[in-house]
Design a binder for this molecule. Structure first.
Ligand SMILES: *[C@@H]1O[C@H](CO)[C@@H](O)[C@H](O)[C@H]1NC(C)=O
Length: 236
């Protein structure tokens, strides 16, 4: 009991010579070793808890300088999507991601008009990066449904699972945005499709409306998916 009291005093008042001497008298060396060990463990655990968060934050803030060793070259701007390409009237709402030396460029390809109405497909061009040049592939249709407009492509790179996800929504082709709002019901579907080969092929799109819009009360009349962020290996 005396030892405990002395130990408490040492902790509260700071370690003074007199207190230390008294402590040494009553506590065996073994006990001191045990107490020292426990304190060490506490310090190490606390150290591990703190700075880890800081490390992860720093990694997010600082972009990896992947081109650091290359000399910048002048390059001609390349048109990836233009209006009036193939069967389409207008290209709008682009989205670009990069994964494993491949750029994936998506956009809305509007078939019937230049406006937010009519049949709209979501198309993709894959661009292989070779130093400072990008070799763009053919236009491929990633999302379409007859009588609907597929809109607002939101590609997501999951670097952990090495999967590309594409979220978009489907609205009946000729229902105007104003009518969607006025009716106050969601006349649309939220869809997701995945690619396991960096955008070459895509899975059958899955309807996730019930688990997304369906959970919102009241449901939004007009909904559009927004900008996403890639998941890095260091993040949980
Ligand atoms: C594209 O649609 C607009 C109407 O939004 C129309 O005026 C224009 O002629 C169309 N262009 C082509 C190439 O079909």
């Amino acid at each position: 009991m005396r030892c405990l009291r002395l130990l408490l005093r040492a902790m509260l008042m700071g370690i003074r010579k007199a207190v230390l001497r008294d402590l040494r008298d009553c506590i065996s060396t073994q006990l001191l070793v045990i107490i020292g060990g426990v304190m060490m463990v506490v310090v190490v655990v606390r150290q591990m808890q703190g700075p880890m968060d800081v490390l992860i934050k720093e990694e997010i803030v600082q972009p990896k300088n992947m081109f650091a060793t290359m000399t910048p070259q002048e390059t001609e701007p390349q048109v990836v999507f233009k209006s009036g390409m193939g069967i389409y009237n207008t290209s709008r709402i682009p989205a670009l991601i990069h994964h494993k030396d491949m750029f994936l460029a998506f956009c809305e390809a509007r078939k019937d008009t230049s406006h937010d109405i009519g049949n709209i497909h979501i198309v993709l061009r894959r661009g292989k990066r070779k130093d400072w040049k990008v070799e763009w592939g053919e236009i491929q249709v990633v999302a379409s449904k007859h009588g609907y407009r597929a809109m607002n492509p939101v590609p997501i790179v999951d670097k952990v699972l090495d999967v590309i996800l594409l979220v978009y929504h489907l609205i009946p082709a000729w229902v105007s945005q104003w009518k969607l709002v006025r009716d106050g019901v969601y006349n649309q579907y939220i869809m997701v499709t995945r690619s396991f080969d960096n955008g070459e092929t895509w899975t059958m799109a899955k309807d996730i409306t019930a688990s997304t819009l369906g959970q919102m009360r009241p449901p939004p009349a007009l909904y559009a998916p927004g900008v996403a962020k890639s998941r890095k290996k260091s993040q949980k």
